[in-house]
Structure formats: structure tokens, C-alpha cells
Ligand binder design. Structure first.
Ligand code: ZN
Length: 105
């Protein structure tokens, strides 16, 4: 992701997400990138009013000239339950990725 694409991503997030606590809009400076993995990214938005931190999970689509939208689907806010689910998963995960990816559920 280059700087132009990142700016576009921040713009799209500002247009779709508000603070969960007080419904305030985010400014560019409130949004920071935590990291990206393949076609997914994690961003943090700090509310300028109540200082609540929101973690946002985004899925990137193709970033070509004709389609200016970078987001493939609506950004998803990570909830405390998502974090608990991940903690529970990691607590029982033995590190065997082959078994994990072959698991039929
Ligand atoms: Zn707020």
C-alpha cells in the first residue's frame, strides 16, 4: 500500500465509521495503521472527543485507477468479544498449523 492508497483508505474509514462510544467523527490524525497481512489491515482510531480507542479490521480490494475505492467490504470494528475469542483460541492452540488448516468444521 502506498501513501496515496493509505490516504484513500483513511478517507473511506472516516466516511463509514464513527466512535462507538459517542458517535463522533474521526479526523485523519486520529487514525493510524497497526499493520497489514495479505489483503487485510488493522487500524486504530482514537476518538478526538472521548479518547475511546477503536480497532478496525479492513479487507482490501484491487486498487486500480478505475476503481478508486480500496475497501473490498465495509470496515469491521473489533469487539472485546473478538479479543476474548482470540485469547481462548490461543490458549488451546498447540502451534500445529497443519492440523489447524486441515480441520474440517
Ligand atoms: Zn468518542
Amino acid at each position: 500500500m502506498n501513501f496515496e492508497e493509505f490516504k484513500q483508505l483513511v478517507k473511506e474509514i472516516r466516511g463509514t465509521i464513527t466512535c462507538r462510544e459517542c458517535d463522533s467523527k474521526f479526523e485523519d490524525r486520529d487514525i493510524s495503521l497497526i499493520g497489514t497481512i495479505l489483503k487485510e489491515g488493522y487500524l486504530q482510531a482514537k476518538c478526538p472527543k472521548c479518547k475511546h480507542n477503536t480497532i478496525i479490521n479492513v479487507f482490501f480490494g484491487p486498487a486500480n485507477r478505475k476503481h478508486r475505492k480500496i475497501l473490498k467490504k465495509k470496515p469491521r470494528i473489533i469487539t472485546p468479544n473478538d479479543i476474548l475469542d482470540m485469547q481462548n483460541f490461543l490458549r488451546s492452540f498447540d502451534g500445529d498449523f497443519i492440523k489447524l488448516f486441515n480441520k474440517k468444521s
